[in-house]
Design a protein around this ligand. Structure first.
Ligand code: PMV
Length: 356
């Protein structure tokens, strides 16, 4: 679909209320590097999570002042510090939803995961807002197809935070034009097109909270540094190759190949950070300690468990459901001590956003 097809018509304002839950996601092939307006330099693929999510309710009222405005509450409190990021988002999407200029919004949002856990919530947050916007748009234009509804929700979410495009559908989504998935697009994410091997439908993700603090370098700054990165072009080509290989793995269920691609992607993401100018490191000593322990456990117990990393120090431990008992024991006994306050979150692959 072309960008123009996401421009809606105008309509008379009505009162409306909706509430959506959107999940967090963890990329297996990483998006790192973009061009305006939030278009990825390479395709990415992610697991949609199940219990780590943002729930957002929006009350839409015709604007009394005849101009767009919004209030934002996070976990019951007004949060003016979140307003600039949301204002930027509404500016970016304004031309695609011209009807919005006639409304005042009351946005109430909460996360299922603890506040300041070091987990980026922008993906689930932007997806949840976008789904609520689409909820009203579908009300205004009832002929809308379900496929268009989800594509445009992902399209809008992308303009808020790139990875948010992948927080609409599940259990596996792909964002970014690539040869292996015919319908793929840089404008929005789509669910994995082929038959997914059953092992991945219930894959486990334990998020080890190594560092709950604010990151020293934001993902926007990190993406920007890819513009002059000496290895950028090779990295984008590598991501293309890794995506094709991973798409095959998602069908066959070859877990050795899965582990090899997923860990390579995680370490490459951090290698890009460490070789940017200026360079930076988001891993902590405990991140590496966990990786060492995990590798030793995999070798000794022959369990197909692996890790991936986000743009931060936390470690996502990934494993098939059939090994849940053994891996969860290992995490509790051997890895929890490397987490801040022994804190970790047990999650698994999920089905995507839901209307509440
Ligand atoms: O969506 P952003 O701009 O926060 O970037 C996310 C980048 C990574 O999380 C590191 C990778 C990814 O594909 O999610």
């Amino acid at each position: 679909m072309e960008e123009n097809s996401f421009i809606s018509k105008t309509a008379n304002p009505i009162s409306h209320r909706s509430c959506w839950e959107a999940p967090s996601n963890i990329a297996l092939v990483k998006y790192w590097g973009k061009v305006d307006p939030q278009l990825p330099k390479n395709p990415s693929l992610s697991f949609t999570l199940s219990t780590s999510l943002t729930k957002t309710e929006i009350e839409f009222q015709p604007a009394t002042s005849k101009k767009f405005d919004f209030m934002f509450f996070f976990e019951g409190e007004s949060k003016p510090e979140f307003k600039p990021k949301l204002e930027q988002f509404f500016d970016r999407i304004a031309s695609y939803i011209p009807w919005l200029s006639d409304y005042e919004l009351k946005i109430k949002s909460e996360n299922s995961f603890p506040h300041s856990s070091g987990i980026a919530s922008s993906a689930s947050a932007m997806a949840a807002i976008s789904l609520n916007l689409m909820d009203l748009e579908r009300h205004l234009f009832p002929d809308m197809t379900t496929s268009y509804f989800y594509k445009k929700a992902s399209f809008l979410a992308r303009l808020g935070s790139g990875s948010a495009a992948r927080s609409v559908a599940g259990p596996v989504t792909i964002w970014g034009k690539n040869k292996s998935q015919k319908q793929s697009s840089d404008l929005y994410a789509l669910p994995f097109e082929a038959a997914l091997n059953p092992v991945f439908k219930s894959y486990q993700d334990c998020i080890l909270l190594v560092d709950k603090g604010v990151k020293t370098v934001t993902s926007s700054q990190g993406h920007d540094l890819m513009h002059k990165h000496p290895f950028a072009e090779q990295r984008f080509l590598q991501a293309d190759r890794n995506l094709s290989a991973l798409i095959t793995v998602m069908k066959t269920g070859d877990l050795d190949a899965f582990i090899q691609i997923v860990e390579l992607e995680a370490l490459t993401l951090h290698a890009m950070m460490m070789t940017s100018n200026p360079y930076f490191i988001l891993m902590k000593p405990n991140t590496l300690a966990i990786i060492e322990k995990l590798w030793a456990f995999r070798a000794s117990d022959r369990i197909p468990v692996c890790f991936t990393l986000d743009a931060g120090a936390n470690v996502h431990v990934l494993y098939p459901e059939e090994y849940k008992g053994k891996v969860n024991d290992f995490i509790k006994e051997e890895l929890a001590s490397f987490c801040q306050n022994r804190h970790y979150l047990l999650d698994q692959v999920g089905e995507g956003a839901k209307k509440v």
